[in-house]
Write a protein that binds this ligand. Structure first.
Ligand code: NYM
Ligand code: MG
Length: 211
């Protein structure tokens, strides 16, 4: 014991609506914690803050917000969590996040009149994920899963455009995983990738996204 704290990893799950991200994120944290690795489950949007409540009301179609403005609110909702996220990571906790800046870009860029570079700008400098697990599922399959269609954006044609945008965002740290396989098989794959990354980054600094 030399008193050096190994930092935790920042693991992000991304994908279209109803691809199983939330289930996998929860299972991943449960497995990590059960194995003695400190881990916390996060999600964006984080709907409980004041900004998060504005976002929640927009997603539930209870209010209208101009497209650029809502994009900036989604980003602000991440930035307001950064101090807490950095502290957790530095103290050795692995943070598993259900959606991050990639959702921000993919969902806004899927709208008319937005380009990817504009969309990325507000999130530049966020803590950079160590691993992005991109879950893919056909839009028609996703639509068959429970609850689809309740919130804004949950329409098959829009989700297809979102998937195209995700395709343009792919980076070296991405792992693309087939979400139509069984929950357990997918979980096993995710848990292995995550354990490898945790050891690989424990002595590395936390970089800044897209900088
Ligand atoms: N979403 C999520 C965005 O449009 N921009 C963002 O920055 C984020 C994080 O919100 N359809 C969209 C994607 C989802 C919706 O997410 C709510 P969830 O995971 O269903 O709570
Ligand atoms: Mg949703």
């Amino acid at each position: 014991m030399n008193g050096v704290v190994r930092r935790g990893a920042l693991i992000v799950l991304e994908g279209c609506d109803r691809c199983g991200k939330s289930t996998q994120a929860r299972k991943l944290v449960d497995t990590l914690v059960a194995g003695g690795t400190p881990a916390e489950l996060w999600r964006f949007p984080e709907r409980s803050s004041s900004i998060g409540q504005l976002i929640g009301s927009y997603l539930e179609k209870k209010s209208e917000v101009e497209d650029h403005a809502i994009h900036l609110l989604f980003s602000a909702n991440r930035w307001e969590s950064v101090p807490r996220m950095r502290k957790l990571l530095q103290d050795g906790t692995t943070v598993v996040v259900d959606r991050y800046a990639y959702s921000g870009v993919a969902f806004t860029a899927a709208k008319e009149g937005f380009d990817i570079e504009w969309c990325k700008q507000p999130d530049r400098g966020l803590p950079e994920p160590d691993l992005v697990l991109y879950l893919t599922i056909g839009a028609e399959d996703a639509a068959k899963r429970a609850d689809f269609g309740g919130e804004r954006y949950e329409q098959t044609d829009f989700q297809k455009r979102v998937a195209d945008m995700y395709g343009l965002l792919r980076e070296d740290r991405w792992e693309t995983l087939d979400a139509s396989q069984s929950i357990k098989d997918l979980h096993d794959q995710i848990a292995k990738l995550t354990r490898d990354i945790i050891t690989r980054v424990e002595n590395k600094p936390i970089n800044k996204l897209w900088m």
